[in-house]
Every structure is written in structure tokens, then in C-alpha cells.
Design a protein around this ligand. Structure first.
Ligand SMILES: [Fe+2]
Ligand SMILES: [Fe+2]
Length: 266
């Protein structure tokens, strides 16, 4: 039996050193074999420092994906390259976007991709929501709304295509696959303040391309189980779009990181 703690949206850069130390110690005191971390760890300038700090403190594998905040004050290309190099140098840090399915047991594997809100659901053109992503991430800043729309769709498609290549082989081999991603893949998994998000927020809160891939895989492999862990909206909820597909969205509050759940993998 393997025990894994699921964490999401830690936003560690919002913590003063004593609160950071308390949280790191709290997780270190758990009797666990690894950590699942679904993005928004901090922001680009200090992301490496925090990942190194967590790996050194916990001394167990940290399976993670990145969230939109992890690219703030940086660029997607540069952060991804830095994280790739960091993980190559430290085997405790496992960036799932970069990896094929990882066996956790004879029956269960782990897979993931950062994902990206792809502005397909809701009403992007009329949305009044101004995401900081659009100012603070190099690839998204300096564009008008329409040209940024194209980039958001491309980022969603990139996540989906990556899963199209890696998910079916994993489902051929394993009874169940746990999939980590930052952005919820379905409207019904998009919780915010205890309710589902509206047309204004949906473009920025869902990766529809990823959802389509998950539905297709669940239909193609009806006897396999897919469990998705995501974050981003900071609203806790669960949604079962198919008998064999279950999506958990993690809750979060800035400055108060918490353990979402302890998973036992048989
Ligand atoms: Fe977040
Ligand atoms: Fe996020």
C-alpha cells in the first residue's frame, strides 16, 4: 500500500517564513510515500527555490504539474526549460508534463500535464475578467484579446495532444490511471466559492480540450478507471462525468496551504 498526499495551489510566495516552515513540517510529519501537487506552487522567479526546498525537506518523490501562477514574471518556455533541468538533476522532483505514465503499483499509474484554460467554454469575447496571466506571462502579454484567444486555444490543444499520446498506452497497461492537471477539464468540475463558475469566468477556468480527451479515453476503455486531480479555481468539488471517470477539484485559500486528501494506492 502506497500513501500519497495531494496538495494544490500552495502559492508559497504568499507565506511568511514561519508559516512556510509550519506547513513544510506538517507534510513531513505525515506517514506518506510521496506527494501529488497540482500546480500554482509559487511564481517563476522563486519556483526553483521552493521546489528544491520541498524536495530537501520531504525526501520523498514529489509528482507535480505547474499552474498558471508558476509562470508569472517569467515565460512559459523559460520556466518549462528550467523545471526540466531541475528535475533532471534531482530524481525526487518529477514533473509529470515531461514524463510518460509512472507506475505506482501493478494496477495504478500516474500521468499529468500542466493544462491551460483554453477560453473555449463560456463567453471569452464578452468576459470582463482580466486575468493577471495576460500581463505577467511573457507569451500572453502584449496581445490584443483576439490574438491572445488563439494562444490560449493552442496551449489547451498542446495539453490535450500530449494526453492523447500518453493516456491510451497507460490505460492499455493499468487498471486505473490518476491524472494530475492544474486546470479543471469540465464545467461541472469548475467550483468557485461553493458554486459552479459562470460564462464570465469559464473561459479562464477550464481546459475543454483536455476534457474532450478524457471523455474519449473513458469511453474507449470502459473497464479502466480514470481519476483526475486538479486545482486552479480554489473551490473544492467532485464530478463524475462517466462511471469510470471521476474529477476532484482542490480547495485553496491564499496564505493557508493545506493537504487536500491522503490517497492509498493498492
Ligand atoms: Fe491557484
Ligand atoms: Fe491557477
Amino acid at each position: 500500500m502506497m500513501r500519497l498526499a495531494w496538495l494544490t495551489d500552495l502559492h508559497l510566495n504568499f507565506l511568511e517564513p514561519p508559516a512556510l516552515a509550519r506547513f513544510v513540517d506538517q507534510v513531513a510529519s505525515l506517514s506518506i510515500d510521496g506527494v501529488l501537487l497540482t500546480g500554482d506552487i509559487s511564481e517563476a522567479p522563486d519556483l526553483r527555490r521552493y521546489l528544491q526546498l520541498l524536495a530537501a525537506a520531504w525526501q520523498i518523490p514529489i509528482y507535480f504539474v505547474l499552474g498558471n501562477h508558476d509562470f508569472y514574471f517569467g515565460s512559459i518556455a523559460t520556466v518549462r526549460q528550467q523545471v526540466h533541468e531541475l528535475c533532471a538533476a534531482d530524481p525526487r522532483l518529477i514533473w509529470l508534463t515531461d514524463r510518460n505514465a509512472i507506475p505506482l503499483s501493478a494496477r495504478t499509474a500516474l500521468l499529468g500535464h500542466d493544462g491551460w484554460a483554453d477560453a473555449r467554454l463560456g463567453d471569452y469575447e464578452r468576459s470582463y475578467v482580466q486575468m493577471n496571466d495576460h500581463r505577467l506571462i511573457a507569451e500572453l502579454s502584449g496581445h490584443d484579446k483576439r490574438s491572445r484567444w488563439t494562444i490560449l486555444k493552442q496551449l489547451g490543444d498542446e495539453a490535450a495532444h500530449s494526453l492523447v499520446e500518453r493516456l491510451p498506452p497507460a490505460l492499455e497497461q493499468f487498471d486505473q490511471v490518476h491524472i494530475l492537471t492544474h486546470v479543471p477539464p469540465f464545467h461541472e468540475s469548475c467550483w468557485y466559492d461553493g458554486r459552479l463558475s459562470d460564462d464570465q469566468w469559464l473561459p479562464h477556468f477550464i481546459c475543454q480540450a483536455m476534457g474532450d480527451v478524457l471523455l474519449a479515453a473513458a469511453a474507449r476503455f470502459p473497464h479502466r478507471r480514470l481519476t483526475v486531480l486538479c486545482g486552479h479555481t480554489h473551490g473544492r468539488g467532485a464530478f463524475r462525468p462517466r462511471d469510470n471517470l471521476l474529477v476532484f477539484t482542490g480547495g485553496a485559500e491564499y496564505g493557508r496551504p493545506e493537504v487536500q486528501h491522503l490517497w492509498e494506492i493498492a
